[in-house]
Design a protein around this ligand. Structure first.
Ligand SMILES: NC(=O)C1=CN([C@@H]2O[C@H](COP(=O)(O)OP(=O)(O)OC[C@H]3O[C@@H](n4cnc5c(N)ncnc54)[C@H](O)[C@@H]3O)[C@@H](O)[C@H]2O)C=CC1
Ligand SMILES: O=C(O)C(=O)COP(=O)(O)O
Length: 221
């Protein structure tokens, strides 16, 4: 996005040689705000540090120690919104993150901010993003996910010249798909053997009787 690769590629293939139209921006020295400092957000932070960016993150549940170890400052949503040159979204879609980037949030951002969303489309109010792009608040957006997938063929957001889009390809590498397949197979064989499923989202991580014993002990103190 920062170097207009997708637009320049389409332009050259259409027979144009538009060197001045596609002058980009450098990442080095720029502030990247990561919203959602979990598994993906932390990896993005590590890589962005390697590119010479100043990385801050907003995540109400992240540990400050873990952030410090990667060289990232945990900040408030307000600070993330007002100081970032780039904002990358990595939080889950929940009632509290739904349309987290809305008109009010865009109004606080630095003019010319660039937005990356590889989380879930619903964390952005897409109509508000189109307004922010048209107003020049958001210079560019790179979107892998959409509120409705696939988005409508005439989506203003998808067709916007300052928006780069991909069809939900975040996890689509040969290696990642193989990794997921192995992880699922191991979880299934583990569950069949009666082992605790480390990645279960719908079961307590500790058997109920162990949790109950721990609870009784802690109440007995
Ligand atoms: N485009 C794609 O193909 C992919 C998209 N995803 C999306 O990326 C998201 C993140 O994935 P992981 O890093 O693996 O999840 P994760 O669970 O490790 O991290 C999510 C982080 O968001 C934080 N969070 C929750 N509410 C928040 C809020 N209101 N503000 C800021 N942070 C908040 C959590 O504390 C957590 O640290 C997933 O929920 C999924 O929707 C994940 C993989 C591939
Ligand atoms: O794991 C996720 O959250 C993803 O969005 C990846 O989606 P996929 O498994 O590629 O359909």
């Amino acid at each position: 996005m920062a170097r207009n690769v997708a637009q320049a590629d389409a332009s050259l293939k259409a027979g144009k040689w538009a060197r001045t139209k596609y002058v980009g921006v450098s990442l080095v020295g720029k502030t990247l705000a990561i919203l959602g400092f979990g598994k993906v957000g932390s990896e993005v932070a590590r890589r962005a540090k390697g590119l010479g960016m100043h990385v801050i993150a907003h995540d109400p549940y992240a540990s400050a120690d873990r952030a410090r170890a990667i060289g990232v400052d945990l900040v408030s949503m307000e600070e993330a919104m007002t100081t970032a040159d780039f904002i990358s979204l990595h939080m889950p879609l929940t009632p509290s993150t739904n349309k987290m980037l809305n008109d009010e949030a865009f109004a606080k951002m630095k003019k010319g901010v660039r937005i990356i969303n590889v989380a879930r489309g619903g964390v952005i109010d897409e109509d508000a993003l189109v307004r922010a792009l048209d107003a020049g608040i958001v210079a560019q957006a790179a979107l892998d996910v959409f509120t409705k997938e696939p988005p409508a063929a005439d989506s203003k957001l998808v067709l916007h010249e300052n928006v780069t889009v991909t069809p939900h390809l975040g996890a689509s590498t040969v290696e990642a798909q193989e990794g997921v397949a192995i992880e699922i197979a191991e979880a299934v064989t583990g569950a069949l053997k009666g082992e605790l499923a480390a990645s279960a989202v719908n079961a307590p991580m500790v058997p109920a009787e162990v949790a109950f014993r721990a609870c009784t002990l802690c109440h007995a103190r």
